[in-house]
Write a protein of this length. Structure first.
Length: 206
């Protein structure tokens, strides 16, 4: 179940009650000896079968999202700065639903393992060769201390309960590194290419 602090409505925080122990974790809550892959604003715990992609903005060449391929699912994550005492997910969720509606898609609000989530049916552009006219995606979000972590689940994790459990566990394992620098709410916390240990494969670029 999700909990909310004393702030009502759109500014209330949305997060699982056990977030501080089960994740997604803040940097100060994480075990410092675990072998995380450091991507700047987030740290990812490696696991068998996990493939990491950096999603890069063409013009600026900055990393704007982390793509994780795992267990037949894809999980895109983005960390954002947020106010200390209020949350972003309730407001951002409404904006996502509005954007998808303008694209001709539909969204359904439901209670998920992280609190409210959007299940979206998004039109697929013709000519992609897949034969599909739409695809399903789950938009999930968690408000943490001075940050907000957004996730988008597609593939098996959007339609299959067992696959969903695996990709949700992956989302839980993410550590958000907010940093001490002042940042306006909603600004993307900077992401970067990880330092590659000797002998380790480079992550793929999207």
């Amino acid at each position: 179940m999700a909990n909310s602090d004393e702030f009502p409505g759109a500014t209330a925080k949305s997060a699982p009650e056990d977030r501080a122990t089960e994740g997604p974790l803040d940097e100060v809550e994480a075990n410092p000896v675990r072998p995380y892959v450091d991507l700047g604003g987030v740290k990812i715990l490696p696991r068998e079968g996990l493939h990491l992609r950096l999603e890069i903005e063409e013009g600026s060449k900055r990393v704007v999202a982390i793509g994780l391929d795992y267990a037949g699912s894809t999980l895109q994550v983005q960390p954002f700065a947020a106010p200390r005492s209020s949350g972003l997910w309730n407001e951002i969720r409404d904006q996502i639903a509005d954007q998808i509606g303008k694209q001709g898609g539909t969204t359904t609000l439901r209670e998920g393992p992280f609190g409210p989530e959007l299940v979206a049916e998004i039109p697929v552009a013709a000519g992609l060769g897949t034969g599909e006219t739409s695809r399903l995606a789950r938009f999930i979000g968690v408000d943490g201390p001075r940050w907000f972590l957004r996730g988008v689940i597609a593939g098996e994790g959007a339609v299959n309960a067992e696959a969903a459990s695996q990709i949700e566990d992956l989302f839980r394992s993410i550590v958000v590194v907010r940093g001490a620098a002042p940042m306006p709410p909603r600004d993307l916390i900077p992401l970067r290419m990880p330092a590659t240990p000797a002998g380790a494969p480079e992550p793929g670029n999207a």
